[in-house]
Write a protein that binds this ligand. Structure first.
Ligand SMILES: Cc1ncc(COP(=O)(O)O)c(C=O)c1O
Length: 387
């Protein structure tokens, strides 16, 4: 079984976002357009706004923004902070860097906690910093997608809670819906998710929610804003509308996904993503490879490629010869890792496609895995049957 002859499937996307779409989502996306000021859409909108709270695990309202995830990150900043404020920000990879740049662009002072790529931030260090100096907010990714690490959000939430003037703002774009992130219980004050991740939709929407503590800062926040002014959306949602034209097509598809989540339970979504992560762990062990990070998120696995192999070339080979897209590493991890996403529509046939592509790809680049191919496939198939 090798190369193009192995292609039993259409193109498969197993990046850590965007993700493979569910066939039903693809069907909904191709339906005729309807207007957003219609009773039909009004009903969908009210259902979606209610159901989003399930994923955020919050009693507070969740708002939708027609922007990529970064717009949601920006929304958390511009609605709660003012120029001249100071935040403590975790920088553990590309997306930490981005949030810091964003805050600085709005005149917010940033004290950075630089974390070695692949490692988690120390909650104790955050605690010390908060005792030493007043901060308006603590900013962190839940999962830093460039390394796959999962930060100790619950612990940090407990620490920030003791500081009444400090908000805990969390970019959970690659975590929300993939791993537990109960906003209220973990004392998260601002939480953002993105459509192209565990929400299983195309790129183009972000979702945000604010705790009561964060809502109390809206009136005093002085960062100039228009599109992202959440108060407009709050007023519109109260009338059963969105302030700007609604992203009708994605919202319809979102309603399908959220209805499934409601029916099957959020835990079942977490479990299916965790199972894929466990499959990948088994697979890379059989391949003689390791994960880039110990405390990894179930949403993706960053795999260290053998030293003799350029990870970018391996990624390209897998894409061109096996019709499967994974992601490579960024910046300092470029060429050293490949990232496998576990979110989206992934069935066992996709997992086996991944296993074959990775094994054969490594072989083509002159790395011989310690397990024979037939034995490797049999063991992975058995694993999938038993788990
Ligand atoms: C953790 C994290 N934050 C932010 C973003 C940026 O999201 P977008 O590219 O949708 O703006 C991403 C995208 O992959 C991400 O993984």
């Amino acid at each position: 079984m090798q190369g193009k002859a192995d292609q039993h499937f259409d193109y498969t996307l197993m990046a850590p976002g965007p993700v493979n779409l569910h066939p039903k989502v693809r069907e909904i996306l191709s339906e005729p357009m309807i207007h957003h000021r219609t009773p039909e859409f009004d009903k969908i909108l009210s259902q979606v706004l209610k159901r989003l709270k399930l994923v955020f695990q919050t009693n507070e309202p969740v708002y939708m923004i027609s922007s990529t995830g970064s717009g949601g990150m920006e929304s958390l900043l511009v609605n709660t902070l003012s120029p001249g404020d100071t935040v403590l920000a975790v920088n553990s990879g590309k997306f930490g860097e981005r949030w810091i740049e964003m805050a600085k662009a709005y005149g917010v002072h940033v004290d950075e906690i630089k974390v070695t790529w692949g490692e988690t931030v120390s909650a104790d260090l955050i605690s010390e910093k908060l005792k030493a100096k007043p901060y308006n907010a603590v900013l962190t990714q839940a999962c830093e997608t460039s390394t796959g690490v999962l930060h100790p959000i619950q612990k940090i939430g407990d620490i920030v809670k003791a500081h009444p003037k400090t908000l805990f703002l969390v970019d959970a774009i690659t975590a929300l819906g993939a791993v537990p992130m109960p906003m209220d219980q973990w004392h998260i004050d601002g939480l953002v998710g993105g459509s192209q991740k565990a929400f299983m939709l195309p790129t183009g929407m972000s979702f945000v929610s604010f705790s009561k503590k964060a809502q109390a800062t809206f009136a005093s926040s002085k960062i100039p804003k228009f599109y992202l002014d959440i108060r407009k959306e709050i007023a519109a949602n109260a009338k059963g509308e969105t302030f700007f034209s609604s992203n009708v097509t994605l919202i319809k598809a979102l309603n399908y996904v959220l209805t499934e989540v409601e029916t099957q339970g959020l835990d079942s979504l977490f479990k299916s993503i965790q199972r894929r992560a466990d499959f990948t762990a088994e697979m890379i062990q059989l391949l003689g490879l390791n994960s880039y990070t110990k405390s990894k998120s179930a949403s993706l696995t960053a795999v260290v490629v053998p030293e003799t192999i350029d990870g970018q070339k391996l990624r390209e080979l897998i894409e061109t010869e096996f019709n499967l897209t994974l992601m490579g590493g960024q910046d300092q991890a470029k060429g050293k890792i490949i990232r496998i996403g576990h979110m989206g529509y992934i069935v066992d046939a996709h997992l086996m496609q991944l296993a074959t592509a990775l094994y054969r790809g490594l072989e083509k680049m002159n790395y011989q895995p310690p397990t024979q191919f037939d034995d490797y496939i049999t063991r992975l198939k058995n694993w999938a049957t038993q788990h």
